[in-house]
Design a protein around this ligand. Structure first.
Ligand code: F3S
Length: 399
């Protein structure tokens, strides 16, 4: 693989052991994928996780003197101060959060703690070469904006943040971005929840191929956020196209780059209904409601505020969002409304963080299959329902 003089210096260790390690990893990935060279990246997003391996790797880079050349935004952790008011945080978890924060801060990351960087603070333009990890972010930036990134891991994206480059292969090349499977969407895509189910179900029919969805019209940003998040939970889809809507698929010719689809599949209301029945817990009494996987937008939070305004929730309701959106909820009065009803808006966190231990063994309701999927290993069960229906259930304590 060809390396420039500057890249060779990084690999030789001229910039310290941390940068050397980052370049060594990227060069190995490049060799594995037959990349001819590295290319510069102008943005990065790292799926920081607070897990042991994440911390080990970040501290190893810090101890090797690494600094980010292209400062990444980062995924959620949790806000210790906020959670210490809600529950008791184990000393060990507190320590991990603090050490992870310190390590990433030293590396020069931008501490956004948000899993929808593509809606605020880190928005690429068409054709921009970037390095993004985070399962809902990668398909959004690739598909909706037409930026170019591979489906990076937290570690490979961090290596690109440090070196400023990524191996030139995969979705960075136009010819690898052509659609493969034509998906006729016959299901009624009349609310954002339908996109949660479409995203979770579609991989069963398309496998690892790039889908071109036909039959979807003007989805909201929330619908697209849901679609990407679930495509990468039910499967492994870093790029999709929507015919006549996403920038690389305005025509069938563009979407498939002049080739024929390798196959055509159809997705119906019955498919989505069956999928939901399979992954959702049975209806009945619920103990709590949890939203924000991915982080809710201000519009979604305002929908919840309208539904609970002047009422009392029968069970606790938690909303996860970015710190920017949370501060907007205060300014716009939604925080007061939701708190008065018995709910809470928490910033910077993810349901896959240990701050939710007080909900383990309980049954919740959410609109996100991804939330239900990841929390199974933490002994949480979820009924999965559309946002409005699930908030109404939280007011009653039952779905
Ligand atoms: Fe965000 Fe965590 Fe869900 S990073 S998308 S809340 S799994």
């Amino acid at each position: 693989m060809y390396l420039t003089d500057e890249e060779q210096k990084m690999l030789n260790g001229d910039y310290g052991e941390g940068t050397q390690l980052a370049m060594k990893i990227l060069a190995a990935i490049g060799e594995a994928y037959d990349a001819p060279k590295m290319v510069p990246v102008s943005r990065t997003h790292v799926a920081l996780s607070n897990q042991e391996a994440d911390l080990w790797f970040a501290e190893k880079l810090v101890n090797g003197g690494a600094k980010c050349r292209v400062r990444p935004t980062v995924n959620p952790s949790f806000n210790l101060e906020q959670f210490q008011q809600i529950t008791t945080i184990d000393k060990e978890d507190e320590e991990t959060v603090k050490r992870t924060h310190a390590a990433y801060n030293k590396l020069g990351a931008i501490m956004t703690y948000n899993c929808t960087p593509y809606l605020e603070k880190n928005i690429p333009y068409f054709g921009e070469v970037i390095s993004f990890s985070e399962s809902s972010a990668t398909p959004f930036v690739n598909s909706v904006y037409g930026a170019r990134t591979n489906r990076e891991s937290a570690q490979s994206a961090l290596c690109s943040a440090i070196t400023g480059v990524t191996p030139y292969y995969g979705f960075l090349l136009k010819e690898n971005r052509a659609g493969q499977v034509l998906v006729h969407v016959e299901a009624d895509m009349d609310d954002d929840f339908a996109y949660q189910m479409l995203g979770y179900f579609a991989p069963q029919k398309i496998g690892f191929d790039i889908p071109v969805f036909e039959g979807i019209h003007n989805p909201s940003k929330e619908a697209l956020m849901n679609l990407g998040a679930q495509l990468n939970t039910g499967g492994n889809v870093a790029l999709y196209h929507i015919l006549g809507f996403t920038p690389e698929a305005l025509t069938m010719e563009d979407a498939f780059q002049g080739k024929k689809p390798t196959k055509e599949v159809t997705i119906t209301n019955a498919d989505l209904k069956a999928m939901r029945e399979e992954i959702s817990d049975a209806s009945g009494k619920i103990d709590f409601a949890l939203y924000g996987c991915p982080h809710l937008t201000i519009d979604q939070i305002s929908t919840i505020a309208d539904l609970v305004n002047g009422k009392k929730l029968a069970v606790p309701l938690f909303i996860m969002t970015s710190s920017l959106t949370r501060s907007l909820t205060k300014k716009m009065g939604y925080m007061d409304i939701i708190r008065a009803a018995g709910g809470e808006i928490v910033e910077d966190t993810c349901m896959d963080q240990p701050c939710w231990k007080f909900l383990y063994g309980k049954k919740g309701i959410t609109d996100s299959p991804k939330c239900a999927y990841y929390t199974k290993r933490r002994d949480m069960q979820f009924v999965i329902a559309p946002l409005k229906d699930s908030v109404l259930a939280a007011l009653k304590g039952e779905y």
